[in-house]
Ligand binder design. Sequence first.
Ligand SMILES: NC(=O)c1ccc[n+]([C@@H]2O[C@H](COP(=O)([O-])OP(=O)(O)OC[C@H]3O[C@@H](n4cnc5c(N)ncnc54)[C@H](OP(=O)(O)O)[C@@H]3O)[C@@H](O)[C@H]2O)c1
Length: 339
Amino acid sequence: MRAVWITKAGGPEVLAVRESPDPKPGAGEVRIAVRAAGLNFAEVMARQGLYPDAPKPPCVVGYEVAGVIDTLGAEVTGLEVGQRVLALVRFGGHAESVCAPVERVLPMPDDLSFVDGAALPVNYLTAYHMLFRVSQLRPGMRVLVHMAAGGVGIAVLQLCRTVPGVVTFGTASAAKHDVLREEGCTHPIDYRTEDYPARVRELAGGEGVDLVLDPLGGRDWKRGLGLLRPVGQLIAYGFANLNAGERRSVRRLVGQFSGVPVLSPFTMMNRNRTVSGVNLGHLWGRPDLLNEELTALLELWSAGAVKPRIDGVYPFAEAAAAHRRIGERGNIGKVVLVP
Ligand SMILES: NC(=O)c1ccc[n+]([C@@H]2O[C@H](COP(=O)([O-])OP(=O)(O)OC[C@H]3O[C@@H](n4cnc5c(N)ncnc54)[C@H](OP(=O)(O)O)[C@@H]3O)[C@@H](O)[C@H]2O)c1
């Protein structure tokens, strides 16, 4: 099979399409002929050597795929060869073929395309899990969404629309604001030219927000905490600020880590604040939670409440361009790889 390999840490030029033997499904696993695989920010950081969870290069990453089951491992029940499925995989998804344990595989609705199917698991699960499990999104809440035009950001905006009266503040480059409005963002903010905390405060009548979803990390976590009104919650779910272009910068790493706020339960108690963390990759041991949430998402998709916005579909041979698209902040929505 062909797969997109990260040959060593570095810029997009370290990616290479290589042949390797087809994987064999173990007991309780199925093998999926991949038709589309999502490219995530984490995988761009993995290529740069900035994602500690990734396997050591040379490696094949990829957390999510849509495709067709072509082989069943021993003891598999409830799934069949030829079935269209989507799956969460812990790496190896950027390949023509990948094995997945049955508990992380879900049948796809007939009218869901492989490309859209591959765009759902990571981005939409992250958004759903934050809004409806870790937080309890209620009518009228004010939500600050960073990286609002990215895959998770757009999923968050679409899900916020399913609850009446939610007010969203979305940070993104100015060129992406029309799309943000289309996706339901109440207040797009250009974080590159504006002091976003000041702008959020102004738009919120000086009062702050109820929920900050922050995948930026470092100093932005401190800014987010300062924007919470009483009973507010900040969910930390990424550290995109470590990314400073295509290569690792030690200066930036030190600057960002030193900006991480030191938290005290006393302050949180006295200010009625909550800080939560989300890392889907570390919820691997809870397929029950993830499946319940993914099933709810497929129902929302069937009802037309959510729809992945695809920025671009890249053949494996153009994986470097796909990585560049995200690394250079060009994408609006999801970048998908196809064999
Ligand atoms: N914890 C979890 O389980 C989990 C799961 C999925 C994703 N995440 C995190 O969520 C974040 C978003 O992921 P995604 O896949 O939705 O991202 P994405 O689609 O790749 O979004 C990339 C966009 O983010 C914006 N951005 C803001 N700051 C950036 C920076 N420092 N470097 C590069 N781009 C930056 C850029 O657009 P503008 O400049 O126009 O804003 C860029 O186009 C990432 O931090 C990711 O690690 C966490």
